[in-house]
Design a protein around this ligand. Sequence first.
Ligand code: DQA
Length: 149
Amino acid sequence: MKPIYVLNGPNLNMLGQREPSVYGAETLPEIEKLCRAKAAELGLTVDFRQSNIEGELVSWIQEARSKAAGIALNAGAYTHTSVAIHDALRAADVPAVEVHLSNVYKREAFRHHSFIAAAVNGVICGFGSHSYVLALEALASLINTNKKG
Ligand code: DQA
């Protein structure tokens, strides 16, 4: 079984220290642990990565086409700017979910538009680290439906 790629964009390596009132106190390694536990429960595995570099995220999404069963992507600020990530997701051809810790719609207007949303199966935001758990559940269900269909 191929892993789920859980991909994290810029500044998410700073979780725990970065605006805890917005993003919570958990660190990215703690979120990785949470994802591994949830994936095991769902009979999945995860390949968990973070990059501050847009092109690296694009390359990982391209790689996912042949190496991953699905993608959970928190693209951080690139969500609101990146046509390149949008295009990579459209070409990836595996189930994909956009994830955010914060409820971006309750925040500044520039966070209300996502270039990612139109290129993925669905969006989960606003549940803190539990957003990642919900994304894995959604992907498990999409992967099972694809198998049946
Ligand atoms: C974020 C929301 C983005 O607007 C922001 O730039 C981030 C984190 C989130 O997880 O809530 O870096 O993706």
